[in-house]
Design a protein around this ligand. Structure first.
Ligand code: GDP
Length: 207
């Protein structure tokens, strides 16, 4: 059974004050608008519409919590970097993301979703700078890998991995395609270790 098969919508927050009190374990998903974050979440949950795949980038301006049961949560953060977002909203979200990623004690790890054709944008680096100092792990999904030849995708993987190791450390990285369902087990393996202790009754795919 896919790792996140039982994910259900839990709560949406517009402000940090709307977040549920920190309890349990969260894995946060961040990424530039249109990078493929909603598709990746839906693929990992084996669910077509868990996270809304937006046709208008920049529209999802809420922090969405999905419950996996037992106080485990996936947290879908608002996509950033969409040029048409009004300045006041952009500032609000930048501050909210900075605060959440820098101070939320229950985040076990950050999944950063990047389009493999446009990796490490300045705002992606900003996310890494905010979360990196926590010392907690970061996993990068280089999405839409089906859009590149195998050789080009692997070259990108090596290049981005090198820069991550040199600059931030404690990062893992992989290719991912929601379209081709590529990289699903690898992602589940890493994220599952953040969410579940070995003693817990983890889903079959992890055994
Ligand atoms: P988000 O804004 O980061 O949540 O991105 P979405 O998940 O809404 O995806 C943005 C666009 O990229 C949509 O048109 C998706 O169909 C497309 N997309 C997402 N993942 C993939 C993928 O793995 N391969 C391809 N070819 N397209 C994808």
């Amino acid at each position: 059974m896919p790792l996140f098969q039982n994910a259900t919508f839990y709560i949406s927050a517009h402000n940090l004050s709307d977040l549920p009190p920190p309890a349990g374990v969260e894995v946060a998903f961040a990424g530039r608008s249109n990078a493929g974050k909603s598709s990746a979440l839906n693929t990992l949950a084996n669910h077509n519409r868990l996270a809304y795949v937006s046709k208008q980038p920049g529209r999802t301006q809420l922090i969405n919590f999905f419950s996996l049961g037992n106080d485990r949560f996936l947290v879908d953060l608002p996509g950033y970097g969409y040029a048409k977002v009004p300045e006041a909203m952009r500032k609000h979200w930048q501050m909210t993301l900075a605060n959440y990623l820098s101070h939320r004690s229950t985040i076990a790890g950050l999944v950063l979703v990047m389009d493999c054709r446009h990796p490490l944008t300045p705002l992606d680096r900003q996310m890494l700078d905010w979360f990196g100092p926590s010392g907690r792990p970061i996993h990068i999904l280089l999405t839409k890998s089906d859009k590149l030849s195998r050789q080009a995708a692997n070259q990108t993987l090596q290049k981005v991995r090198k820069e991550l190791n040199e600059t931030w450390g404690n990062c893992t990285i992989q290719l991912f395609s929601s379209l081709k369902k590529q990289g699903v087990e690898e992602a589940e393996g890493i994220i599952g270790q953040w969410l579940f202790t070995p003693e817990e009754n983890i889903p079959d795919t992890m055994a």
